[in-house]
Design a binder for this molecule. Structure first.
Ligand SMILES: Cc1cc2nc3c(=O)[nH]c(=O)nc-3n(C[C@H](O)[C@H](O)[C@H](O)COP(=O)(O)OP(=O)(O)OC[C@H]3O[C@@H](n4cnc5c(N)ncnc54)[C@H](O)[C@@H]3O)c2cc1C
Length: 429
């Protein structure tokens, strides 16, 4: 009874599990690999540009626990790098176990190495009853939240990228991502990149910090950031078009190697051939640790977006919601947490028979959710990525007066909308 099943243990699934649990549901979180956090294991950048505003909105809405963790485990705060201000960089090595402990303490049932491969529908074909797992088990639920992301499976990285990049999701070992909405008979929306190709390359990698010169290591440890000019023959501006992360498609990212300290040295480029990388002073011994094929390619994303409404309900299914990259061409942890939190909360409202919550567009989160949805209906919208951190949507935030780092003002906005701590309200007792 009152069982919410979340499929996919990345940031959006984690956030959905937290808000659903806080609203009083029994929650099961399924993750195909042996680790939670998904792409959050290789990211780390929070609070840059408009993500600051969105983080504070989430906190005021009552989705504060995750941000308390990411703030506490930040190696650096208030970091500026080209095109980005006041970033926090969380430690990607410490984050996953900390998140897992937090969920366990809340009473979320976590199932890892639990890959959902199919849906069991009722006779109407519109309501999910259960999920079939790859190992033959069945998981029943009353309402489902799909947060399986959009990375892989290997076939997509082969067809639309440079092959399996051996990323943190480890499809060869744990099995491919499965789109449950597609299994339920719906058609997923597919993102495009410049030139019309499907999907987009993930925009960064990780180098072993110890493989870089002492000088670079010291700079990273002390300031969190190192901007190293590229020799002229290594500048490749065309690579900016490949990137998922349009917020980093700036000249500075083509003319320099930009490194950030997230425990490893995060290199802000989609892939950089190792031989060329080692020609840069200080990188003579450089080595990729994520993805393993980082010198050749990176993972392909954005081939699996569900059609949804602004309350995160999947169109065409009665009891399925979605969040994160599954719910739009969103880039980012904060974006995944924002959409996942709303989806988890609305899953419990659905159980109780309440009207779903939609966030108003006076809040950056509400505006992102509805704007991305509207834009997806246009051809151009399929080429855009939506993030608080830059590019089109951050410009829009500034134009609409939504961007601020004044936490008090943000709390007032949420209060004026009548939504302060809404995610903390217990709906089921
Ligand atoms: C290399 C890289 C660096 C990045 N750096 C940053 C950064 O610094 N800051 C930032 O804000 N954003 C960053 N991003 C983007 C950000 O990580 C993602 O947009 C966001 O974390 C996506 O979260 P998600 O929960 O939607 O999806 P995911 O993180 O992809 O999570 C989906 C989860 O579902 C699981 N899954 C899939 N299919 C199934 C199934 N059938 N059954 C069970 N489980 C399943 C997957 O294993 C995975 O754990 C980065 C992305 C990449 C690839």
């Amino acid at each position: 009874m009152n069982q919410v099943v979340v499929i996919g243990g990345g940031w959006s699934g984690i956030a959905a599990a937290v808000t659903a649990r806080n609203a009083g549901a029994e929650v099961t979180l399924l993750e195909k690999t042996d680790m939670l956090l998904g792409l959050g294991n290789v990211g780390g950048i929070m609070r840059n540009n408009g993500r600051y505003t969105a983080a504070e909105e989430n906190i005021a809405l009552g989705a504060d626990e995750i941000f308390a963790l990411t703030d506490r485990l930040s190696r650096h705060v208030n970091v500026d790098f080209p095109g980005h201000a006041h970033a926090s960089l969380y430690d990607v090595i410490k984050m996953e176990p900390a998140v897992r402990r937090m969920l366990e303490e809340k009473g979320v049932r976590i199932m890892t190495i639990a890959r959902a491969i199919d849906v069991v529908l009722d006779s109407t074909g519109k309501t999910l009853k259960a999920l079939s797992l790859a190992d033959g088990r069945t998981v029943e639920g009353d309402v489902f939240v799909e947060t399986t992301g959009s990375t892989g499976p290997m076939g997509n990285c082969l067809a639309y990228g440079n092959g399996c990049s051996m990323c943190v999701l480890r499809c060869p070992a744990f099995g491919p991502r499965v789109s449950l909405t597609q299994k339920a008979g719906l058609v997923d929306i597919i993102g495009r990149r410049k030139g019309g190709a499907f999907g987009a390359f993930s925009g960064s990698g990780k180098l072993a910090k110890e493989s870089l010169s002492e000088e670079i290591q010291q700079q990273l440890n002390e300031t969190g950031v190192a901007v190293i000019p590229l020799p002229a023959e290594l500048i490749a501006p065309e690579k900016l078009d490949l990137k998922v992360c349009q917020q980093y498609a700036l000249e500075e990212f083509a003319e320099n190697v930009i490194l950030l300290d997230t425990g490893h040295a995060k290199i802000m480029t989609p892939f950089f051939p190792l031989e060329k990388l080692r020609r840069i002073p200080g990188f003579e011994d450089a080595r990729y640790i994520d993805p393993y094929a980082g010198g050749k390619g990176n993972s392909i994303r954005y081939l699996s977006v569900a059609e949804r409404d602004n309350s995160m309900h999947v169109r065409g299914l009665e009891n399925m919601l979605c969040g994160g990259e599954k719910s739009g061409l969103f880039v980012g942890h904060t974006e995944a947490i924002s959409t996942g939190s709303l989806a988890g909360h609305n899953a419990v409202r659905w159980l109780k028979g309440l009207q779903p919550l939609e966030l108003p567009d006076q809040l950056a989160i509400g505006d992102l959710i509805s704007y991305a949805n509207e834009s997806l209906k246009t051809e151009d919208g399929l080429y855009t990525r939506y993030t608080f951190a830059g590019a089109e949507f951050f410009r829009r935030m500034k134009e609409r007066g939504l961007y601020t780092t004044d936490s008090q003002e943000i709390r007032q906005r949420v209060k004026r909308a009548g939504l302060e701590n809404i995610y903390r309200e217990k709906i089921l007792h």
